[in-house]
Design a protein around this ligand. Structure first.
Ligand code: NAP
Length: 288
């Protein structure tokens, strides 16, 4: 694991001691040689992925699943450093090279700094998963401009910042993939989530247009639209509202982060090489 926000000295020390098949334990400096031969035939062996918002929830599951399928994974987070480190340790335990980096994706300058470090120490990415997202829910009549702007700035402009910044990596890759995590709310709307719905609907438009623009460069651009998934984001919903939501889901349960991660692996793999501009619903039948 390479924690690149630390001082240059720490970073260099980490890089010097890091081997392609090594696991650096969380607390200590102990290096354990790992056998990667079991990953040779995996779907994503040899690919490098960047997952934004990989410290928790859906992003965590995506990072871990990509690693299980043989990818090396760079993991971005905003503030949950320890959580991101634990995800990296999990991913390294299956043989992946990992890297964690704190950057607020809503700030283009921070994304650019992240890219410079990624390029220098991790390499060029083949797969970009725009997963990081926030919600600030309230009825529209109470919605202030700050709550509107903040959600758009992270969910939509953040995806722009990462995609435009890493586009040259993807253009160089033979297997370029952009996977945007949108939401069922961007498709059907939701009371109290006008800002969030607008940001996620914007991501759908971005996905479809970019898919057309980048198809001739052999980069596929797809989105996954999760329904209600069991993460911190859904834990915050009051129980009464949760009951109402459950009643609207034909499968009568919330989804699991791993169920989103499996679809990301599929879209990132060669199995999905002719799929682009698609919005994949994973919602237990809530929106068809
Ligand atoms: P979550 O548990 O709240 O995790 C959000 C992740 O995004 C965290 O890793 C967080 O980092 C990161 N993040 C937030 N703002 C960021 C920023 N400005 N810069 C960088 N990273 C940032 O959310 P989740 O439920 O896993 O949701 C993941 C994605 O799926 C989001 O785009 C969300 O809109 C979408 N989604 C979720 C659901 C659902 O039911 N859960 C449904 C549909 C769509 P820190 O930990 O450092 O804060």
């Amino acid at each position: 694991m390479l924690r690149s926000n630390e001082g240059e000295k720490d970073r260099v020390r980490d890089i010097d001691t890091k081997k392609a098949t090594s696991l650096r334990t969380f607390e200590g400096e102990h290096l354990v040689a790992l056998d990667r031969t079991h990953l040779m035939d995996s779907k994503l062996t040899g690919r490098k992925a960047l997952v934004t918002g990989a410290s928790r929830g859906i992003g965590k599951a995506i990072a871990e699943k990509l690693a299980e399928e043989g990818a090396d994974v760079a993991m971005n987070y905003r503030s949950s450093e320890d959580e991101a480190d634990l995800v990296a340790i999990d991913a390294e335990s299956v043989g992946a090279n990992t890297w964690t980096y704190r950057a607020d994706i809503s700030h283009l300058n921070e994304v650019r700094e992240m890219k410079a470090i990624v390029e220098k120490y991790f390499g060029k990415i083949d797969i970009l998963v725009n997963n990081a997202g926030i919600n600030i829910d309230m009825l529209f009549k109470r919605m202030d401009q700050e709550s509107w702007n903040k959600v758009i700035q992270v969910n939509l402009n953040g995806a722009f910042n990462c995609t435009s910044t890493f586009l040259d990596h993807l253009l160089e890759s033979k297997h370029g993939r952009i996977i945007n995590i949108t939401s069922i709310v961007g498709q059907m709307g939701n009371i109290g989530q006008v800002n969030y719905a607008a940001s996620k609907a914007g991501l759908i438009g971005m996905t479809k247009s970019l898919a057309r623009e980048l198809a001739s460069n052999n980069i596929t651009v797809n989105a996954i639209a999760p329904g209600f998934i069991e993460t911190d984001m859904v834990k915050l919903i009051p129980d009464k509202v949760k009951e109402k939501v459950l009643a609207q889901i034909p499968m009568r349960r919330f989804g699991l982060p791993e169920e989103i991660a499996e679809a990301v692996v599929y879209l990132a793999s060669d199995d999905a090489s002719y799929i682009t501009g698609h919005i994949l619903n994973i919602n237990g039948g809530m929106y068809l």
